[in-house]
Design a protein around this ligand. Structure first.
Ligand code: SF4
Length: 255
């Protein structure tokens, strides 16, 4: 696997439900076509030249050394560290990425810092030996495998993701699901209830609309649609005692 080095690794996110984050890989073999915000940013700032280069990820070879330097500096202000915002910690087909992610989680835990992961891959069994205060999440916006192959071509099948999340829950970890970016019916026809019903065991759900794509603006009833979807998620969470976060801008009065 190709490598890069970085000057820093740990930084505070500006994201509404995040604290600190670590992005220990440049690029992501999952190659999402939503499109991927991280890819667009990497291209804009000249870190990658093309989609092809993006889906051939490079691991940050000095990640653990950087953490040894940075953790003491930020320790007092860190509540949790999310892996990751601009890559995937359990990237399909790249065991080196998962290995480094687990080493990073263990390094954070050594200082009592909670890691929160989010993946479109499989949560590996080895990570279930880490501290029980870590939290594991998957992204799940559909159950339709033809949608996945078109929009998230390098990711793990949905059923496998859910199964690995269930395993983490059964092992005693807090688990969560990010239902974002949720597609409108002109992208894929599906029933949100059928997805929700598969994840009653999770501790929290984040729901958000699909952004950054012309196809969304072509769906005239999108605001009404997202209001209805958000209502459904809120009711489901209430009924199942699940914490719920609806992303800013998903619910609107403009219908
Ligand atoms: S999994 Fe995340 S980082 Fe990777 S391509 Fe998809 S959206 Fe981008």
């Amino acid at each position: 696997m190709k490598k890069v080095t970085r000057k820093s690794l740990l930084y505070k996110t500006g994201v509404e439900y995040g604290d600190y984050t670590i992005n220990h890989v440049l690029g992501c073999s999952h190659g999402c076509m939503f499109p991927c915000y991280a890819f667009n940013m990497a291209k804009r700032f000249g870190n990658v030249k093309s989609y092809q280069e993006w889906i051939e990820p490079k691991i940050v070879s000095n990640a653990l050394e950087l953490l040894d330097k940075e953790i003491p500096k930020y320790r007092k202000s860190i509540k949790s560290v999310q892996l990751s915002f601009t890559t995937d910690p359990f990237m399909v087909g790249y065991p080196e990425v998962s290995d480094l992610s687990i080493k990073i989680i263990n390094r954070l835990n050594k200082d009592g810092i909670k890691a929160i992961t989010l993946t479109k891959g499989i949560i590996p069994e080895e990570v279930l030996n880490t501290s029980r205060y870590n939290e594991f999440g998957i992204t799940l916006v559909s159950l339709d495998e033809s949608f996945r192959k078109k929009y998230e071509p390098g990711t793990a099948p949905y059923a496998d993701r859910i199964e690995s999340l269930r395993r983490a829950h059964d092992a005693g970890f807090k688990t969560w699901v990010s239902i974002e970016p949720y597609p409108t019916p002109n992208i894929v026809k599906q029933n949100l209830s059928e997805l929700l019903i598969l994840i009653p065991f999770v501790d929290y759900i984040v729901f958000g609309k699909w952004n950054y794509n012309k196809i969304i603006s072509e769906y005239k009833d999108r605001n009404k649609y997202y209001n209805e979807c958000a209502d459904l998620v809120i009711s489901y969470c209430k009924a199942n005692n699940i914490k719920c976060h609806i992303k800013d801008g998903t619910i609107t009065n403009n219908i």
